[in-house]
Design a protein around this ligand. Structure first.
Ligand SMILES: C[C@](O)(CO)[C@H](O)COP(=O)(O)OP(=O)(O)OC[C@H]1O[C@@H](n2ccc(N)nc2=O)[C@H](O)[C@@H]1O
Ligand SMILES: Nc1ncnc2c1ncn2[C@@H]1O[C@H](COP(=O)(O)OP(=O)(O)OP(=O)(O)O)[C@@H](O)[C@H]1O
Length: 302
């Protein structure tokens, strides 16, 4: 067993540079061709030995984070402990920087982070495959939060194939209030009810653009099938998208299920300009500038 009493793991947010969505499956999920990119915006999850499983959270969005057993970090600790016949008695603290219910996989990041942190705290040495299996049980986005970088997700997004990616610069506009992921998928179903939804396919031109690190090529291929659904539920997001492209972003899209919007920019200077214009437009709550790809869940040496 490990002799450490506390372990901190840093976990990145994500943006989906391609999100191709198929028809609803009998189990209610949708098959995806989901090209994930981890960005340099992180939560930190600290686990400490304790007498009971408890969760606390700090950061500007902390009040919106559940502190009971529905928190994905608590569920991760419980699943890992149950597999090994251990009690999940840890205090989990989440230092939250990823917007809550923003389409950037914040809860998923905390699930993956708590899993890796508990594995280290309890000295289990689980293989990556074992951890990925638990991640998939926790949610469709959780496996990617563990591996980070860039990857194609198929199935409901949990079957991952890492892909190569050069460096890109992004600005994110964080909206007031969140959007529920199931509600956005339901709206997708409503909007596509009269059409034959094709099987989702990864776009080879987008994968080549990612590899090349050419922002113009990536800008021309960004695509999110959930964007019409997110815009239908939150029409004001169109104003945010227009404010960012008007200020010099190469392309703009809704991040995953939204309502965070993502702006691909050429370089750091343009990022600062676009972020300032978005703030001045008053069409968002706050902005964040990031780069990609970012590493996956990482134990911090402390
Ligand atoms: C929109 C994305 O963030 C893109 O990466 C993900 O597809 C959502 O992943 P997530 O938040 O981890 O979602 P889960 O916790 O697995 O599922 C929440 C709900 O979203 C819907 N859902 C999710 C993933 C998927 N492939 N099809 C779906 O229809 C289902 O209604 C599901 O009940
Ligand atoms: N650790 C957590 N942090 C934030 N929300 C959590 C957490 N655990 C559970 N939740 C619940 O999950 C809901 C969605 O939050 P989250 O921040 O993961 O959304 P999201 O970023 O849109 O997710 P995704 O991009 O994976 O669809 C929250 O409203 C909250 O009720």
């Amino acid at each position: 067993m490990s002799t450490r009493d506390t372990v901190t793991v840093r976990v990145p947010a994500k943006v989906n540079v391609q999100l191709a969505v198929g028809a609803a499956r009998p189990d209610g999920f949708h098959d995806l061709a989901n090209v994930f990119l981890a960005v340099s915006l992180y939560d930190e999850v600290t686990v400490t030995r304790a007498d009971a499983l408890t969760v606390t959270c700090s950061g500007p969005d902390a009040a919106q984070v559940p502190l009971d057993r529905t928190n994905l970090a608590a569920r991760a600790a419980e699943l890992l402990a149950a597999r090994h016949g251990l009690s999940p008695d840890v205090h989990i603290h989440i230092a939250k920087d990823i917007p809550v219910a923003g389409g950037m996989a914040g809860g998923s990041a905390d699930g993956a982070g708590a899993l890796l942190a508990c594995d280290a705290l309890w000295g289990l040495g689980s293989s990556r495959e074992e951890l990925l299996e638990i991640c998939a049980e926790l949610g469709s986005d959780v496996p990617f939060s563990l591996i980070g970088g860039a990857a194609l997700g198929t199935g409901r997004g949990e079957v991952l194939t890492p892909v190569e990616a050069g460096t890109f610069h992004w600005v994110f506009a964080v909206a007031d209030g969140g959007l529920s992921t199931p509600a956005v998928f339901r709206e997708f179903d409503r909007l596509t009810a009269a059409t034959a939804v094709p099987a989702p396919q990864a776009d080879p031109a987008l994968l080549a653009a990612l590899r090349s690190g050419d922002p113009d090529a990536l800008a021309a291929t960004l695509a999110n099938d959930l964007q019409p659904a997110a815009l239908s539920l939150r029409p004001q997001l169109a104003d945010t998208l227009a404010a960012g492209t008007g200020a010099g972003a190469l392309a703009a899209l809704v991040s995953g299920s939204g309502p965070t919007t993502a702006f691909l920019v050429r370089d750091e200077e343009t990022a600062a300009k676009v972020a300032a214009a978005l703030t001045a437009s008053t069409t968002c709550r706050t902005t964040r500038t990031t780069t990609s790809p970012a590493p996956g869940a990482t134990v911090l040496a402390r």
